[in-house]
Write a protein that binds this ligand. Sequence first.
Ligand SMILES: Nc1nc2c(ncn2[C@@H]2O[C@H](COP(=O)(O)OP(=O)(O)OP(=O)(O)O)[C@@H](O)[C@H]2O)c(=O)[nH]1
Ligand SMILES: [Mg+2]
Length: 410
Amino acid sequence: MASSDGSRPPVAVVVVGMAGSGKTTFMQRINSHLHSKRTPPYVLNLDPAVRSVPFESNIDIRDSVNYKEVMKQYNLGPNGGILTSLNLFATKIDQVLGILEKRCLPEAQQSQPSEGSQAQAQPAASTAPSQIPQHILLDTPGQIEVFVWSASGSILLSSLASSFPTVLAYVIDTPRSTSSTSTFMSNMLYAISILYKTKLPMILVFNKTDVKSETEAVEWMRDFEAFQAALQREEEEEMDGGGDGGSGYMGSLLNSMSLVLEEFYNNLSVVGVSSMTGAGTDEFFEKVEEKRQEFERDYKPELDRRRQEREKEKEERREREVARMMKDMRVDREKQGRRKKEEPETVSEAEEESDDENAGLVDPDEVEEADEDDDGLARRYQQALKDGSAQPDASDASFAKYVQAAQMNR
Ligand SMILES: Nc1nc2c(ncn2[C@@H]2O[C@H](COP(=O)(O)OP(=O)(O)OP(=O)(O)O)[C@@H](O)[C@H]2O)c(=O)[nH]1
Ligand SMILES: [Mg+2]
């Protein structure tokens, strides 16, 4: 079991699986198991379409997105509605992570929240180490492909994994998947594609063992001869029942796949549980602990490397943008300089320019006024000359020199 010293970050368990495999019931089971151990988890419901959740969740997608309303507003069907709701929720991932870090990490390990996350995380006071959850549990929508293959699902998973050790619990309906070798193989292929897409450690949870034990399924995984024998049996049964034993193509495909999948099976932890009775829950948490270590050992370095690469790219982009901005500013300054140079340096130039500027902009009233002014000025000038009062004296001459010098220095 996880240590309760509060120094380690909690492990995030993301519950995925085919529709009706028992994800929500399994969530309910592991949630109550952790409560009974006095290590309550932090619970998130990411299924926007669920009518009622049989456990208390700390963050519920339904609080921020109204699935029915999304369907109506965007004119979507049920799956499009779930996908769009998830997309809308994914836009708030910064805030969600802010809250998770505030609630689930000791203060020393909390990263500097972004502006968005700060806003949301503000009301939540820092959690005392003794109250820090050891597990974060996430329930996902029934339509597994909507979560696993959508951009928002990837964003949610990779963001989570960048802050917490993250483990996938792939829930399988044991009675249904062992009803035929092809159903079993489809389920396994789905699991393998998710494993390679998410690159996260995975536990196969064979659920509903109260109805049918997981022994047969585990045998099929561990021993391909057992699987081939089952395949053979199925074909014979079908022939006995009047069929032609299948096309033969399906049989040989399944046969070859069982050989190929051996390596994949080796990477997986397998556990049989019953969400109804609670059998296998302890074993499940042992596997979670193993996978947490695997995450720290194998996945974390890879994630860190990818994050560093992203940071480096971001830094380079920023530098390029700054360089471009500086260049733009230089060009602007040069343009301004040129414009300044073209600006008049002497009063006469300015007068000329203002004359130019006003050229073509003719206000008939002003023309008359200007004529009058000029006439008036000339008259006054002639009058002054006649009076002899406008004779330039010494002080006038020195002032004129000063003005000339000042203009030259400009
Ligand atoms: N017998 C038995 N039934 C189970 C078990 N777990 C779940 N079920 C039943 O399986 C059905 C589906 O369970 P859910 O928990 O709703 O499955 P789900 O994967 O969350 O379903 P969606 O979210 O709709 O995809 C319900 O009728 C459950 O009662 C189990 O361990 N044993
Ligand atoms: Mg469910």
